[in-house]
Design a protein around this ligand. Structure first.
Ligand SMILES: [Zn+2]
Length: 704
């Protein structure tokens, strides 16, 4: 039996699902459906990576056990996959893999043991014990690599954490190492002999130059004392396997490596090797480290590692909460048909490059390509068949004695012209699809839509219908259109399963395009006399003005851009965790919900109620007011505020204000400012309005 195994990364269970996750799942789902359609037994994996210090810490903060914490995040992923039709019930993934599964534990241990017993191509032990020394951020609880820290200004000083802006500690601890440095030649040979192993080509070149630059051995364990939420190293329980070593192995343990029970359920022998879909940011783990581990363990290498680009906003900027330009999954779910989202994702991202995603462009594409394009073609064709042909597929043949009439009406009497066009489009579609160039594949399909549209416009069936002698000509035109639609339903099924099924039904066909191999389609197999189904718009038009104003309103109302994270307390806590250094997180993870702060961060800001005892203008400054503010301390604070253009000194005298009391004192115009007064700021010039209270509050009361 021909089989095919496709995987998304497993997502680190410290952030809730977002567009990046949805996108890779849609791509994997499309590939999986296409394989099944062609009669290939496929297996589709997605899931979560659930171990490591970050999960441990998030759980602790949320007052949960680590397992409860990951269950909680997984429940959101499962909700998301169900909403977007990507779960097993909708024909999507075959397994939602979790690294907390006991069979994974067993399989990983077996994988480690095999590597631990192996020799490298240069005859050394593949795993050895040593000391890991590196720059460690205590608040992050992790080592930082060069691109994860800020280099010091003065040589000799420690670097600082990019997240915490605090100096890093030089820490050394015992660790097991994987002797990656012995695998450079083997890996380079792999990329040379199997150029398709890393795709696209540009990424392959990157990977090759990284490896050619020399590889360093990898730390693959942490002392149990530092990280306990993980899988212990076999025969050395004082060490925990490093999370990404363990996580990568999920691709084989999920289907039964190292576990007979699981092997029976899925089938390692049956399905391995896999095609791995990854974001370009985690390519190195999949294209360098993972094959090296597999080589060491003596396990067959993956079929290929395919790296896709990232989603940017419509202006080409990275998406971030701060910029307010993220795409929210609940908004997508509320306003957009899933097939429209799938189409957009595959049509807009040119393979290997970054794509741009905005609600407006999603609406525009849905309306132009789907509602006005394919949807309109199908409804006009089927409506005319209902009206002119009693709702039955007409004959595609024009009898000899009517050919001249047809020609006079401007209709091509040679059916193979249209048939040939559609057949060529099929070839192109499948070629591009198999190269993961979904955008090009869809262009080929939409060339058919345009071609058939033109055929109808040229033939003017509504005029032909007025002339009884042109009945067969009319029938032939409508037949060609209906037959082209049948082909499109089959070709597009993996991309738009629900819409294709609906089109299929309206054409009066039985079963589903899900099991029709597009390579086996033959022109003319749509049977004359087939009763067509009730005609309904396959893609209702989206009301751009209404939808955009609703999206903008709700974004405004919620202040911050709402996400699922807001809906449940505690979510922000775990979402704010920085990802560990080498997780399966995609780049989009980094811009997901991480701009939320934790309650602990807010608690760092000491806000106190103060009363303005005195106020005066600062000489030679238009903007600054110098105030004495009582916040219940023995001596009032001296504070400068840039509000003098809008607040005369007498206007603030005696007012209750809010003061940031633990702000580091700073000097302005020669005066020390011992805190900061809080004010709203609006308009183009940033007009300040002092925050105050309408009820009586004592000086020094703390805001929380
Ligand atoms: Zn840090």
């Amino acid at each position: 039996m021909n089989t095919f195994y496709v995987t998304t990364p497993i997502y680190y269970a410290n952030s809730l699902p977002h567009l990046g996750h949805l996108y890779t799942m849609i791509v994997a789902d499309t590939i999986a459906r296409a394989k099944k359609q062609r009669g290939i037994e496929r297996y589709f994996l997605t899931g979560t990576d659930e171990h490591g210090i970050n999960i441990e810490r998030a759980a602790e903060k949320a007052g949960r056990t680590p397992k409860e914490q990951t269950d909680y995040v997984v429940s959101y992923f499962k909700k998301m996959t169900a909403e977007f039709g990507l779960d097993t019930a909708h024909g999507g993934y075959d397994i939602f893999m979790r690294t907390t599964e006991p069979f994974h534990y067993q399989g990983v241990s077996e994988f480690w043991r095999r590597i631990a017993n192996a020799k490298t191509p240069k005859g050394n032990d593949a795993i050895y014990k040593g000391h890991y020394e590196g720059w460690f951020c205590a608040p992050c609880a992790e080592y930082k690599t060069e691109d994860e820290y800020q280099k010091p200004k003065n040589p000799g000083d420690p670097p600082t954490c990019l997240i915490h802006d605090t100096p890093l500690d030089r820490v050394s601890e015992e660790s097991y190492f994987f002797r990656l440095s012995d695998y450079d030649q083997a890996l380079l040979a792999l990329y040379e002999t199997q150029p398709e192993f890393v795709r696209p080509e540009s990424r392959r070149n990157e990977v090759m130059s990284f490896v050619a630059g020399g590889l360093q051995d990898l730390s693959v364990s942490r002392p149990r004392a530092s990280v306990s939420w993980g899988i212990p190293v076999p025969n050395d329980p004082t060490h925990t396997m490093y999370v990404w070593f363990e996580a990568l192995t999920n691709y084989i343990t999920a289907i039964g490596f190292g576990n007979e029970e699981r092997e029976k359920v899925a089938g390692f022998e049956k399905y391995w090797p896999a095609l791995h879909l990854v974001g370009k940011d985690i390519l190195r783990f999949h294209a360098v480290y993972w094959p090296a581990f597999l080589l060491a363990a003596g396990v067959e290498l993956p079929r290929a590692v395919v790296a896709h680009g990232m989603w940017l906003d419509p202006n080409g900027r990275k998406m971030s909460k701060t910029l307010g330009n993220t795409i929210e999954l609940d908004v997508l779910d509320r306003y957009f048909p899933t097939d429209g989202i799938r189409y957009f994702c595959l049509r807009e991202m040119v393979f290997g490059q970054d794509g741009r995603f905005g609600y407006e462009s999603l609406i525009d594409r849905t309306n132009s390509d789907l509602a006005s394009g394919l949807g309109n073609l199908s409804s006009r064709t089927l409506t005319m068949i209902a009206r002119y042909c009693e709702g039955q597929i007409p004959s595609g043949q024009i009898p000899e004695d009517k050919l001249l009439l047809a020609k006079r009406a401007g209709v091509d009497t040679d059916e193979t012209t249209v048939a040939g066009f559609v057949e060529n489009a099929r070839v192109l579609f499948l070629q591009q699809f198999d190269l993961f160039a979904f955008s090009r594949a869809l262009e080929a399909a939409w060339a058919v839509v345009a071609r058939i549209d033109k055929m109808i416009t040229d033939a003017k069936p509504w005029d032909l219908a007025k002339d009884e002698t042109q009945k067969q000509t009319l029938g032939a035109v409508l037949y060609r259109s209906a037959e082209a639609l049948r082909w499109l339903a089959v070709l597009l099924f993996p991309v738009m399963p629900a819409a294709s099924n609906e089109l299929w039904r309206q054409l009066g066909l039985s079963a589903s395009p899900a099991t029709v191999d597009p390579a086996g389609l033959k022109w003319g197999e749509l049977k004359e006399g087939t009763a067509t189904g009730e005609v309904k718009p396959i893609f209702p038009r989206l009301d751009k003005t209404k939808i955009m104003s609703e999206i903008n309103e709700s974004a405004k109302a919620s202040g911050v851009h709402a996400t699922e994270a807001d809906a449940v307390s505690g979510a922000a806590t775990q979402a704010a965790e920085p990802p560990p250094p080498m997780t399966h997180a995609t780049e989009a993870d980094a811009v997901g919900v991480t701009s939320f702060i934790e309650i602990g961060d807010f608690a760092k800001v000491e806000l106190r109620v103060g009363e303005v005892l005195s106020a005066e203008r600062v000489p030679k400054s238009d903007k600054l007011l110098l105030m004495k503010i009582d916040i219940g301390e023995p001596t009032p604070r001296q504070v400068l505020a840039g509000i003098a253009e809008y607040y005369a000194p007498e206007k603030v005298l005696g007012r209750k204000v809010v003061l940031v009391a633990n702000l580091k004192p700073r000097k302005l115009r020669g005066f020390e400012s011992q805190g900061m007064v809080v004010a709203a700021s609006f308009g183009e010039e940033g007009r300040p309005v002092l925050a105050t209270f309408t009820e009586d509050v004592p000086n020094g009361a703390r805001l929380k």
